[in-house]
Design a binder for this molecule. Structure first.
Ligand SMILES: NC(=O)c1ccc[n+]([C@@H]2O[C@H](COP(=O)([O-])OP(=O)(O)OC[C@H]3O[C@@H](n4cnc5c(N)ncnc54)[C@H](OP(=O)(O)O)[C@@H]3O)[C@@H](O)[C@H]2O)c1
Length: 216
């Protein structure tokens, strides 16, 4: 069984942890505080789910899922994540995160920042442009007409492959927005951000994206 280690168990992390457990993953959740603070979530997930300190969740993970405010990614310890696939959902909201120069001057992307902080991990962007309330409700079986598509972006083929399979299990098609340097095309404010789109629609949205909006 694959263990998914969740770093951040708020709206997105907690929601995806529940779905992952329902799809047969072993789940370890963590937040910025102590494992006891996640007792209610662990009870809700049920099964073999458990809470841990963030460093322990990273160490226990076969694959990690980082879903914390972007401003906090530099607090993560890279060591327990070395050699691992790291799914990440981060977005840039200056009102929450402060101004981040590398995004503002278009020299990097949100996923690129985490990949640089975790140079020996295989980082892949997932679930960043779907509202957390929609993740459990908008999934459809493979082949269903109008199945929603979600973007993935990574510089690592194994991470892309894992993310594509995980989306499919949870009810979504994948559109590859790689490489990481181009993943601004699905950051905040772009045509694909938040909209319910099929593969063809999301591909068109990625082509139409303009970079200035993501740091406006
Ligand atoms: N909400 C959405 O619909 C949505 C959709 C797509 C993407 N996103 C993006 O996904 C990220 C998470 O969003 P969210 O809405 O899930 O946020 P959230 O509900 O505020 O949850 C954030 C989680 O991160 C934890 N955390 C913060 N710093 C940490 C650290 N250093 N180590 C471990 N855990 C830490 C928090 O723990 P504490 O509770 O202890 O503070 C909390 O569990 C953001 O970048 C957001 O922009 C959000």
């Amino acid at each position: 069984m694959t263990t998914l280690g969740f770093i951040g168990a708020g709206h997105i992390g907690g929601t995806v942890a529940k779905l992952a457990a329902q799809h047969g993953y072993d789940v370890v959740v963590s937040n910025s505080r102590s494992p006891e603070t996640l007792a209610d979530l662990v009870a809700e997930i049920g099964g073999t789910a458990r809470a841990a300190w963030a460093a322990e969740a990273s160490a226990a993970a076969d694959v990690a899922f980082v879903s914390i405010p972007l401003k906090n990614i530099w607090q993560l310890d890279p060591a327990p994540l070395v050699g691992k696939i790291v799914l990440e959902t981060n977005n840039y909201y200056p009102a929450r995160d402060g101004r981040i120069e590398a995004i503002d001057n278009e020299s990097d992307t949100t996923t690129g920042l985490l990949q640089k902080h975790l140079p020996d991990s295989h980082v892949v962007k997932v679930f960043n442009h779907i509202n957390w309330t929609h993740i459990p409700t908008q999934g459809l079986p493979a082949g269903a007409p109008n199945r929603r598509a979600l973007a993935i972006a990574s510089d690592h083929p194994d991470a892309l492959e894992f993310a594509r399979r995980f989306y499919d299990e949870l009810g979504y098609d994948a559109v590859d927005a790689s490489p990481v340097s181009e993943s601004w095309r699905i950051e905040r404010g772009t045509p694909g951000y938040g909209a319910r789109q099929t593969v063809a629609e999301l591909e068109a949205a990625l082509r139409q994206a303009e970079r200035a909006v993501v740091h406006s």
